[in-house]
Design a binder for this molecule. Structure first.
Ligand code: NAD
Length: 343
């Protein structure tokens, strides 16, 4: 593959840091930025040029991205459930920063812009799994901001002649995912709790269904997106459409792997949570040769090993809950997960 100058936003994050490793391994020159609102500073791979900046700072982004050929935009506060309670922060760190990253990219004549969207773009649909041509019906501020970001990219890329690709990863699991975050990453939260001898929390009846992707399977496709011409202007789901399982089953799988006596605590369902969500992998199999190489159990095992090595941790309530009313999940207020340990 040709060696390119690649810039990755959100490079201290889960996906961004794995992508940086993969692009370094391809021989690319890699730079990236992060403001460390999420992710872990030690996720940033050695061998990249790192800028600790906020993507919303247009001047800083213009400077940092000079000479970039491929832009991967991974930075986001990807808090879907929380977004109905912290809409300002989530919209700012999803839609507004995307406008800034696109603007800097066009000013610097970036050749190709790869945008990480989300399956939240689809909302609730009559048919599962979701295919890319469905009419998007996002149903929370995160999904709305992600979809609006796609429209913005399409518009500006067409006006200014920049190649673009919209990728839609979903429910990724694996090492380096933030596991002390109370607001997202269900599998990591469950593992962190169970390793501390505490029962997992399940929202609603736990019969919501999802397909989980192992990070390396997604990265194998994501890196090809920089180089192949058959993906330009496309929206592509990235991840498996096998092992469509309930959150109850996910808890049972993790408990089985940890030999943990499971008795989950059920909390009220979260507003706007989609019940059945899975993406079709037909297009990614065809365009990028996607293959699920790592099963859900293998992926969970590797997350367990990662969290054991770093040690389970208290949860950090690092994001402000803007709207606190009777609909706000108790788990997101008053340091719940950490106090819950003492119950
Ligand atoms: N992980 C998943 O399952 C999943 C699923 C669908 C889509 N995505 C998308 O993939 C991308 C990466 O997700 P992830 O799971 O790696 O998330 P992550 O939280 O691990 O990484 C995102 C990174 O972006 C950084 N960031 C946020 N706002 C920023 C800003 N204003 N300026 C600079 N940096 C900022 C955070 O500090 C964090 O390190 C996101 O766009 C997300 O919406 C992820």
């Amino acid at each position: 593959m040709p060696k390119k100058k690649v810039f990755i936003t959100g490079v201290a994050g889960f996906l961004g840091s794995h992508l940086a490793d993969a692009m370094l391994a391809e021989g690319c020159e890699v730079a990236g930025c992060d403001n460390l609102i999420g992710g872990y500073a030690d996720n940033v791979p050695k061998g990249i040029e790192f800028h600790k900046i906020d993507c919303g700072d247009l001047e800083a982004m213009r400077k940092a991205t000079k000479g970039t050929e491929i832009m991967y935009h991974c930075a986001c506060t990807a808090y879907e459930g929380l977004s109905v309670f912290s809409p300002s922060l989530v919209a700012q760190n999803t839609y507004q920063i995307t406008a800034s990253v696109i603007s800097a990219s066009i000013a610097n004549k970036v050749q190709r812009f790869v945008h990480c969207s989300s399956m939240a773009r689809y909302g609730t649909q009559k048919v599962v799994p979701f295919t890319e041509e469905l009419i998007c019906k996002p149903q929370d501020p995160y999904g709305i901001s992600k979809y609006a970001s796609e429209l913005l990219l399409k518009n500006l890329a067409e006006v200014h002649g920049m190649e673009y690709v919209i990728v839609v990863p979903h429910n990724i699991i694996g090492p380096r995912q933030k596991y002390d975050d109370p607001y997202r990453n269900v599998a990591s939260i469950m593992i962190n709790l169970m390793l501390q001898g505490r029962q997992p929390i399940i929202y609603g009846d736990g019969e919501q269904k999802r397909c989980f992707s192992f990070v390396q399977d997604d990265i194998d496709c994501l890196k090809k997106v920089a180089f192949q011409n058959n993906v330009i202007g496309e929206v592509i789901n990235i991840g498996p459409d096998e092992e469509f399982i309930t959150i109850n089953e996910l808890a049972r799988r993790i408990a089985g792997l940890l030999d943990f006596k499971l008795k989950p605590t059920y909390m009220p369902g979260r507003p706007q949570e989609v019940k059945l969500a899975a993406c079709s992998a037909n297009k990614v199999r065809k365009l990028l040769g996607y293959k699920t190489n790592v099963s859900l159990d293998e992926g969970l095992r590797s997350m367990i090993a990662y969290i054991k090595e770093r040690k389970p941790k208290p949860f950090t309530y690092h994001i402000a809950v803007e709207i606190n009313n009777r609909k706000t999940p108790e788990t997101w207020t008053n340091n719940f997960f950490n106090k819950y340990a003492a119950r």
